[in-house]
Design a protein around this ligand. Structure first.
Ligand SMILES: [Fe+2]
Length: 201
């Protein structure tokens, strides 16, 4: 199989220009292309001389997580803007889990706190069906440090390519404001509910 490049039904975004989004989508498309290329090259190397190409194949397999996670994380990211911004639902299952874990701080403020970590990477919030909770972590490289097996609920891209068409690095906070101004919380709430249902099944 080959991975398709998804198209996202994005509204006009507040504080994120069309050019910024185009640049970022082009980067996403690169991850799709290279994920498919790695699979293709592994298959070709195996078919021609599996033993002789063992080192090459192993190195390509090591690179797979970088390309694949680049696809999937950007799909999580752009899908969060589809449908336009909505307020979070105070009666959602997510709101109840957030109240238990982050108490009065709330999820957005907690994500903003984690986003203040120095360095580039992602803030990733996960549903944890086994623990019946959620986790918010800072992931530097998207192929390293992700929480094993936990469905991603919210992905905030803090790599500079995500905002430097519109903002300079010192304005990262303005980009984070724009991210939340455009966030469709119902997408996040549905991801959380779906993850929790999967665990109950
Ligand atoms: Fe990105």
């Amino acid at each position: 199989m080959t991975y398709p490049t998804k198209t996202f039904n994005l509204p006009v975004l507040e504080g994120l220009s069309e050019k910024q989004i185009q640049v970022h989508l082009a980067l996403y498309e690169g991850y799709v292309k290279h994920t498919n290329l790695i699979v293709e090259k592994i298959n070709a190397l195996k078919a021609s001389d599996a033993d002789g190409n063992a080192y090459l194949i192993a190195e390509l397999r090591r690179r797979f997580g970088f390309e694949f996670d680049g696809i999937r994380m950007h799909e999580y990211y752009f899908e969060q803007f589809e449908g336009g911004a909505t307020a979070s639902d105070i009666n959602s299952a997510l709101a109840a889990a957030v109240a238990q874990k982050y108490e009065n701080q709330g999820l957005e403020a907690h994500i903003r706190e984690v986003a203040g970590s120095r360095g580039i990477g992602w803030v990733v919030a996960y549903a944890d069906p086994r623990g019946n909770t959620l986790h918010t972590v800072f992931v530097n490289d998207h192929e390293l440090g992700q929480l094993a097996g936990l469905p991603v609920m919210l992905a905030l891209d803090l790599w500079e390519h995500a905002f430097m068409v519109d903002y300079v690095p010192a304005e990262k906070k303005n980009y984070i404001d724009a991210f939340f101004a455009n966030l469709n919380w119902s997408v996040v709430e549905k991801r959380f509910e779906d993850a929790m249902k999967m665990s109950a099944a």
